[in-house]
Design a protein around this ligand. Structure first.
Ligand SMILES: [Zn+2]
Length: 359
């Protein structure tokens, strides 16, 4: 199915998809929306390897194509919705599809998340090439710039060069969420604007320039600092992450409305879908682990875990108490973004869990 997505992607990229006055011909967008509203778009933000329930694996090619198509549609239409789909796929599926050896391939989808596959699922003939090639599209989309300013679209580590302006960007996990820093390496003599997309996953945004609180100007989905920058200036932005429980029906469950009765849900925190990795929590998967109940506090507190080389992006981890199915004692489980699995040899990763509210 990656081939169909790939064909649509190629046509959009080459400008072959017919356009009309109102923008792109509706057909590609209609097909895209049919896909993202179908069960073929899986919870991790990517797509199944075969559509229509004909398989139970994902595929590096399919995730790469869906990511690239989303980014290309965003470039073509500037509709932020496509960038949000791309970001969700990138952070929660594509990064995790990459094996610790750098290659891409297949993982077994199961009711709770991912299960180990017979054989590791590395697919060198297509997936590795497609996966690595998609990083070019990510780099081309993470920052947009011209001689007047730069815009951060995806909060990843990297750099921006625009005329005399040069900056490096880096993200860090902090206790309350994510801190993103832009360090000016070189600046023009004239005013230059640094803008950051206002992501839907942030519940609060606080900016500082060289350590001093600086309210940013918010307009058309971006927050902007515009000034004459000097080498060594640092713009840092703290994002408090919106926490959201999602039921199997896709509807959000208010944390405040939860009681002590466990409910089955997936936990989103900022851009990340959190889950339990067997490689990190072997005892959590002792039977009957499907009856485990994770106890949620009023607010999640992250500790830093940058993960391995292939996943060069900040990752938080959260330690929470849980009650093990069939056992009277409580334990502790570490929740991490599901894509953190890229650093582990293949093992189970559960994102659909039972949650209840703590005291
Ligand atoms: Zn493939």
């Amino acid at each position: 199915m990656g081939k169909l997505l790939g064909l649509a992607l190629l046509m959009v990229a080459l400008g072959l998809w017919p356009r009309r006055a109102g923008g792109l011909e509706l057909h590609v967008e209609r097909a895209y929306h049919a896909l993202v509203n179908s069960p073929d778009l899986v919870i991790f933000g990517g797509v199944a390897g075969y559509f229509g329930g004909k398989g139970n694996r994902d595929e590096g090619c399919s995730e790469a194509d869906f990511l690239r198509l989303s980014l290309q549609l965003w470039h073509a239409t500037r509709n932020a919705q496509y960038l949000e789909f791309a970001e969700r796929c990138l952070f929660n599926h594509f990064f995790g599809n990459q094996f610790r050896t750098g290659d891409f391939g297949h993982h077994l989808l199961c009711r709770e998340g991912f299960a180990p596959l017979l054989g590791t699922g590395r697919a060198w003939w297509y997936c590795t090439m497609h996966g690595l090639r998609a990083f070019r599209d990510v780099l081309d989309s993470m920052v947009t710039c011209d001689e007047h300013g730069m815009k951060v679209e995806l909060f990843l580590d990297g750099e921006c060069r625009a005329g005399d302006f040069h900056a490096r960007m880096e993200g860090h996990t902090i206790e309350s969420g994510l801190m993103y820093e832009i360090r000016v390496e070189n600046a023009p003599l004239s005013e230059f604007s640094i803008s950051l997309r206002v992501p839907p996953w942030a519940s609060e945004v606080n900016a500082r320039i060289n350590g001093c609180v600086e309210p940013l100007h918010i307009r058309e989905g971006y927050q902007t600092a515009s000034r004459r920058w000097e080498k060594g200036d640092i713009l840092s932005v703290d994002f408090a992450l919106a926490t959201r429980l999602m039921g199997r029906d896709g509807e959000s469950i208010e944390l405040g409305s939860m009681g002590r009765e466990p409910i089955e849900a997936a936990l989103w925190c900022g851009p990340w879908l959190l889950g339990v990795h067997e490689a990190k929590n072997p005892l959590f998967f002792g039977e009957p682990w499907q009856e485990n109940v994770v106890v949620l506090p009023a607010a999640l507190r992250f500790s830093k875990d940058r993960g391995s080389e292939p996943l060069d992006t900040p990752l938080g981890k959260v330690k929470l108490p849980y009650l093990h199915g069939g056992f009277p004692d409580s334990g502790v489980v570490v929740l991490q973004p599901v894509s953190a699995r890229t650093q582990y040899e293949q093992s189970a990763a559960a994102v659909w869990l039972h949650y209840c509210r703590g005291e």
